[in-house]
Write a protein that binds this ligand. Structure first.
Ligand SMILES: Cc1cc2nc3c(=O)[nH]c(=O)nc-3n(C[C@H](O)[C@H](O)[C@H](O)COP(=O)(O)OP(=O)(O)OC[C@H]3O[C@@H](n4cnc5c(N)ncnc54)[C@H](O)[C@@H]3O)c2cc1C
Length: 227
């Protein structure tokens, strides 16, 4: 009987989550000619922005995947941000110079995340070795000594399917929920050594202060949470 470890691999890398990081990684792997499958629960990229800013190193990566020209059409140079408390007192002055850095790009760009994600997805459509599976929800990752078995549901018809990969990368939300019984990562205790993802803590805070645009800089007040 075949064991998991002896299964043929369907792909070299499985990427769970087609957010901006997953899509950028898939483009990099695509350029390198590495066979990749991306699983994404949703049909489309989320229609509202979360991130607003990226730097010259990130633009350099977009250049490496051949998308900097398209992306730079939709961005504006950012002068940085000033963070103030609820009384307006400066906490942090994060001004960004307008020079071109050693990366060949400016130190800070503002962007509209849905536009950026659209360009990244267009980039993927040009990579024959990258298969993108939208409406596919991963519910389990079974890691062993040679790779990982990705178990997922095709949400268009309810079929349960699997994909065998040598390496995988998961979206941050799977890591932050990895201790919960419903997490796909609960079944992958050996996965840490093979994962090319990283733990990323998420901190929520509340503020009574509105985001205000003054001149070219954004201001935001952080208020210590009392309860
Ligand atoms: C309010 C806010 C502001 C931010 N501002 C910035 C900023 O200015 N600059 C910056 O660089 N970063 C910023 N970040 C961080 C940035 O948004 C994240 O680092 C980035 O989105 C992570 O990208 P990702 O591709 O790893 O995952 P995500 O963007 O979280 O995407 C994950 C994807 O995985 C899919 N998914 C999840 N679980 C499954 C599953 N089981 N099966 C299939 N698909 C699944 C989801 O549908 C989603 O599409 C901000 C984050 C927030 C919340």
């Amino acid at each position: 009987m075949k064991t998991h470890a002896s299964w043929d691999f369907d792909t070299d890398v499985a990427i769970i989550g087609l957010g901006p990081v997953g899509a950028t990684l898939a483009n990099l792997l695509g350029i390198a000619g590495i066979k990749t499958v991306v699983f994404e629960r949703e049909a489309e990229a989320y229609h509202l922005p979360r991130a607003v800013n990226f730097d010259d190193e990130v633009m350099r990566i977009f250049q490496a995947i051949g998308l900097s020209e398209e992306i730079s059409q939709d961005v504006t140079l950012s002068p940085g941000m000033r963070f103030v408390d609820s009384s307006g007192k400066l906490i942090l002055d994060w001004s960004r110079p307008s020079v071109v850095s050693e990366m060949g790009w400016h130190p800070s760009y503002r962007f509209h995340q849905p536009d950026l994600e659209r360009v990244l997805r267009v980039g993927l459509s040009r990579r024959p070795n990258v298969q993108t599976r939208t409406r596919s929800e991963v519910f389990a990752l079974d890691a062993d000594t040679t790779g990982v078995t990705v178990r997922f549901e095709d949400l268009t018809n309810g079929r349960l399917m699997l994909c065998r990969a040598r390496f995988f990368r998961v979206a941050p939300e799977l890591f932050t929920a990895s201790h919960t019984p419903a997490s796909p990562l609960r079944s992958a205790p050996a996965a840490a050594g093979r994962s090319i993802g990283r733990f990323r803590p998420v901190v929520d805070f509340r503020s009574d202060y509105n985001f205000v645009r003054r001149g070219k800089a954004f201001f935001v007040a952080l208020r210590r949470r009392t309860k």
